[in-house]
Unconditional design. Sequence first.
Length: 418
Amino acid sequence: MKEKIDCCKKIVVKYGGSSLSDYEHMSKAVNAVVKEVEKGTKVAVVVSAMGKTTDILLSTAKNASNGKVDKKELDDILAMGERTSIRIFAAALKTNGVESRYFDPLDKDWPIITDDSFSDANPILEECQKRVEQHVLPSVEKGVIPVIAGFVGRTYDGKVTTLGRGGSDTTAFILAKALKADEVVLVTDADGIMSADPKIVAHPRRIQEIDVNTLVGLANSGTKFIHSKALKYKHSSVNVRVINHECGNLTDKGTLITGELSTELDIAPAHSSPVASVTILGQRLSENFAIVQEILEKTKIYSTLFGLSLNSNSMILYISEEEGMDLLLNIIHETIINHPEAIAMSVKKDLAFLKISGVGLEETHGIIGKISETLRLNGINIFGILTIASSILLFVDWNERERVLELVKKSLGGDRKC
């Protein structure tokens, strides 16, 4: 039964530049694909430019043109890295007895069609889906390994584009959905998604499994292993596995990425009943962790904490209005009078807790200003606003919540993501 499952398996493998940096790495990558094909697995391969090729091309082009190179011309230049990789990889597969063909952006059957936003092009998904099904899928089904340039696209009128940050991952995710692949395997120079950046922390731990909605928070916080722009193309039906090229095969456990992101900016209630904000004022509060710790420990017992804002002279808690809230407020007050650094507290009840989320939130310039201006023009106060990962937490008057939802939805309409 296991052999039958293996022979029906279909995967998309993406090799990053570090995994193709020299002859030895390229050979190891090719051999890993050959091993998988010999098991009966149907494979499609996406490759990046070898090593630092893209950086070299970019630096050379800009220096040679005094930094004035046109984006359209630059895309055509940068694509040469991937266009070279596909030719080498496909040739190496053939010499190892595996039938293959490469897809170049100038080929008539090239699958990734984009708009003309050069250097950061957006795939036209319906056209990509159609072309993958028409041109790439037949090759996969016949056992001919397609080798496709990642990071690269083409406009309807034949101009070469690049997809920007995370572009090769984007290519792999689009292919996987259209091919109805079982899995995407991202081969890189890390053991998987790590609990911290190994350049910063001495002994980070490999995360065995992570939901894409959690991962996007890491991506948007500076950990650019998989960029959030690419993650929005991951379909829920296709799991993604991140492995190290050093393992020399495509079956290493690595990190499994599951789930799917919302692809539109939207606002929705984050809690079904009113919440309260508790403001504690004092002097150098953030330097006295005993106060902060005591308040948080009591809050955990008597209420639910939805958000926290802290600076040197104030601390604001956003908590649920549960039965124990009044008791909690008295306990917090006792803490205040027992610490000379704390001065007083105030409470604002009957707030609505709303959440604005969606892929690309951090790339939508001025979105907080747009939201606050929309509410200001309609006479609605904001009693709290926090940003975290790919979301904005908003606290407004409970009786205004429906109006806020309607106004913010309307203001976000122009920022919808396709």
